[in-house]
Design a protein around this ligand. Structure first.
Ligand code: DGY
Length: 327
C-alpha cells in the first residue's frame, strides 16, 4: 500500500522525524534558508499532508494548488498563518500545538520583563565595551519588579502561567480577557479581572498574551500607550501586529512609557528602524518557546496529529474539527 505523502517545510527534530518516517513518505525541506513561496506551492502539490511553520501562509492559493491535501499541521500554537475558513471549505483539517509551550513561553515573558526593568542588556553592552568605570550610585537605575502591578492581557494558559510566576514577586495581578476566568482560577492566581482601560492605567508592567484577531490588531495603539504610566514597561510575546510599532517608537521617544521588550514584530523579520536604535527596548528574535525540549514537543505534536488523521482518528489538536463535524 502506498503511504500518504507529506511535505514538511523544516527538517524538524529527530523525534518527530522518526514518527513521520514510520508512517509516511515524507519530503523535508532541508535547505538552511526558508522555503520560498514558489517552492512551497510547487512541492505541496500532490501531497496529502503539510507540516508547516508560522512563517508559511496556508491560504486559498496554496489549497487550490494542493488538491490532494487533507491535513495541515502548523508547528506553532498561534495559527494566524492559516486561513481557517478556506481550509474548512476545502475539508482540510488544520492542527496546531497548544499546551506544550505554555511554561517555556511564560518563562520567557518573565525573562524579558526582568531584563527590561533592570536594564540588563544596557549593562551587558557597557561591560563588553570596556568603558565601565566601576560602581556608582545612579548607574543604570531601573524599575523594581517585586510588589508592582502586572497587567496581563489575554488570560489563557500562557497568561495564567505569567500570573503564577508573579506570585513569587508579590505582585498585584490584573488581567483582561474576552472571557472572565473562573473564580477558583482568579483566587489561585491572586488575579483580578479588570477592563482594558484599567489595565493600561494601573499597570507597571503589561504583558500581552492574546491571539492575533481583528480585535487585537494594534491593541497597543497611540491612544492606549498614552493611557499607560510613564514608568510602565510593555512586554510582547504574543504576535507582532498586536503592537503598533510606530506608535510604540513614538511613545518611547516622548517618554510616554519607560521601556518595552519584544519577542515578536509587526512585519517579521523586519523591526521598525526607530525601535532598533533605542536602548530602552529589548528585541528578541521570536524565541519565547525556543527550548530544545519544547520545540521538540511541538514538532512531535504536529507529527502525531498527522498520524492520528491517517489512522482515522480526529487529530487531537484540530482547531477546525467542530466545523468539519469531526468531534
Ligand atoms: C507559536 O507557537 O505560536 C509561537 O509564536 C512560536 O512558538
Amino acid at each position: 500500500m502506498t503511504k500518504p505523502r507529506v511535505l514538511s517545510t523544516r527538517p524538524l527534530f529527530p523525534a518527530a522525524r522518526k514518527i513521520l518516517d514510520e508512517h509516511f513518505d515524507v519530503e523535508y525541506w532541508m535547505k538552511p534558508e526558508r522555503i520560498s513561496r514558489a517552492e512551497l506551492l510547487e512541492r505541496v502539490a500532490g501531497k496529502d499532508a503539510l507540516i508547516c511553520l508560522l512563517t508559511e501562509k496556508v491560504d486559498e492559493e496554496l489549497l487550490a494548488n494542493a488538491l490532494k491535501l487533507r491535513i495541515v499541521a502548523t508547528v506553532s500554537v498561534g495559527y494566524d498563518n492559516i486561513d481557517v475558513a478556506a481550509c474548512t471549505h476545502r475539508k482540510v483539517v488544520a492542527t496546531h500545538t497548544p499546551g506544550v509551550l505554555d511554561d517555556t513561553t511564560a518563562d520567557f515573558a518573565w525573562t524579558l520583563l526582568m531584563a527590561v526593568a533592570r536594564r540588563l542588556l544596557e549593562g551587558d553592552a557597557w561591560m563588553r565595551s570596556g568603558t565601565w568605570p566601576g560602581w556608582d550610585l545612579d548607574q543604570l537605575v531601573g524599575g523594581d519588579v517585586w510588589g508592582k502591578t502586572l497587567g496581563i492581557v489575554g488570560f489563557g494558559r500562557i497568561g495564567r502561567g505569567v500570573a503564577r510566576r508573579a506570585q513569587g514577586f508579590q505582585m498585584r495581578v490584573l488581567y483582561n480577557d474576552a472571557v472572565r476566568a473562573p473564580t477558583e482560577i482568579e483566587d489561585q492566581l491572586h488575579a483580578e479581572f479588570a477592563d482594558r482601560d484599567r489595565i493600561f492605567r494601573e499597570s507597571d508592567f503589561i504583558s500581552l498574551h492574546v491571539p492575533l484577531l481583528p480585535d487585537t490588531r494594534h491593541l497597543i495603539s497611540k491612544k492606549n500607550l498614552e493611557r499607560m504610566k510613564r514608568t510602565a514597561f510593555l512586554i510582547n510575546t504574543s504576535r507582532g501586529p498586536v503592537v503598533d510599532e510606530a506608535a510604540l517608537a513614538d511613545a518611547l521617544e516622548n517618554k510616554t512609557i519607560a521601556g518595552a521588550a519584544l519577542d515578536v514584530y509587526e512585519h517579521e523579520p523586519k523591526v521598525h528602524p526607530a525601535l532598533v536604535a533605542r536602548k530602552d527596548v529589548i528585541l528578541a528574535p521570536h524565541i519565547a518557546s525556543a527550548s530544545v525540549d519544547t520545540r521538540t514537543k511541538m514538532a512531535v505534536m504536529a507529527a502525531n496529529n498527522v498520524v492520528a488523521f491517517f489512522e482515522g482518528r480526529c487529530p487531537p489538536n484540530a482547531f477546525n474539527a467542530a466545523a468539519l463535524g469531526l468531534e
